[in-house]
Design a protein around this ligand. Structure first.
Ligand code: HEC
Length: 149
């Protein structure tokens, strides 16, 4: 009984967290939110990429931070592409809304890649990290090709 209650509370919290993300006062707020999340994710992707290409000296602690931020951000933008948020100042194509299931599948591919990126940044070799990074940015490009102007 007690564990059932704990589970119910946990589920309630999870629902609250999801609806907090998905409910925006104005469509423009949703656009700001998702663009900000994508920008932060992209900043840390670029930073990690620069270290892996040797443009910047490799720093393992910084690479771990980049990977963790990318993983965290990778789940945030998608609930902010709700109905009615296809408004001005967006680079999203109409297809985000007309092919929403495919869009969410592309988002899932990124979210599946990022735990591997974190694992490689924590314990792997540079070659493993480079491979995990390559797989991650491949999912960015795949989605942009279909869903971003
Ligand atoms: C599931 C699809 C999808 C994935 C995966 C995805 N993006 Fe995007 N991205 C978009 C869409 C759609 C927009 C346009 C958002 C808007 O303007 O409303 C966007 C916008 C951006 C922007 C512009 C943000 C701004 O300043 O407005 C950057 C930068 C970006 N993405 C980088 C990335 C990176 C880096 C990754 C991978 C680590 C990634 N994206 C993964 C769909 C995706």
């Amino acid at each position: 009984m007690r564990s059932f209650r704990r589970l119910a509370i946990a589920l309630g919290l999870a629902t609250a967290a999801v609806s907090a993300h998905a409910s925006f006062r104005r469509p423009a707020d949703a656009v700001h939110y998702r663009r900000a999340a994508l920008l932060v994710m992209a900043h840390h992707t670029a930073d990690l990429g620069a270290m892996l290409r040797g443009v910047r000296p490799f720093d393992a602690a910084r690479a771990r931070l980049d990977a963790r931020v990318i993983e965290t951000m990778s789940s945030l933008p998608w609930p902010a592409f709700g109905p009615g948020t296809d408004v001005a100042h967006t680079e999203a194509r109409r297809s985000v809304w007309t092919e929403h299931a495919r869009f969410l599948q592309d988002a899932r591919r990124l979210q599946e890649a990022t735990p591997r990126l974190v694992a490689a940044a924590q314990g792997g070799s540079i070659d493993q990290l480079r491979a995990a990074f390559g797989q991650t940015v491949h999912t960015c490009k795949a989605c942009h090709d279909s869903f971003r102007h």
